[in-house]
Design a protein. Structure first.
Length: 129
């Protein structure tokens, strides 16, 4: 059974609210971890990339909801990229340090923009252009 236009419009604010709720919770958790890192003698320097990597993996495997626009994997890939960069920089792998490896993020942002332009516009599921 397909959703009517009215049902889709009513469902859209719900999805937007769910997304805001999720990212709000993520920001609260991330901010709390950063605060704990500053206030308590806890080593968080090497831990934050794992959170970003986990979020990236989750966004890559998160299935699209029925009736939604087919999702791009750009956000998950970007988060995975940032997490891996942070992990490699925090443990100084391959001679990487935060202060000298930040141009890698610029290259990654360029790759994401090229990917976005090559991917084309989002098409609702079930509709083939």
């Amino acid at each position: 059974m397909e959703m009517t236009g009215m049902e889709q419009r009513q469902d859209a604010p719900r999805r937007r609210t769910d997304r805001h709720l999720f990212f709000g919770i993520i920001l609260i958790v991330f901010g709390t971890l950063l605060l704990v890192d500053r206030v308590l003698p806890v080593e968080f320097e090497h831990g934050w990339p794992f959170l970003v990597i986990a979020l990236g993996v989750w966004k890559l495997i998160d299935p699209p909801r029925s009736g939604c626009v087919a999702r791009s994997r750009r956000l998950g890939s970007w988060l995975l990229f940032i997490g891996c960069w942070g992990l490699l920089s925090s443990v100084h792998a391959f001679g990487m340090h935060y202060d000298i490896s930040w141009p890698v993020l610029v290259v990654g942002a360029g790759l994401i923009l090229v990917w976005r332009s090559l991917e084309g516009p989002d098409v609702p599921r079930g509709e083939k252009g």
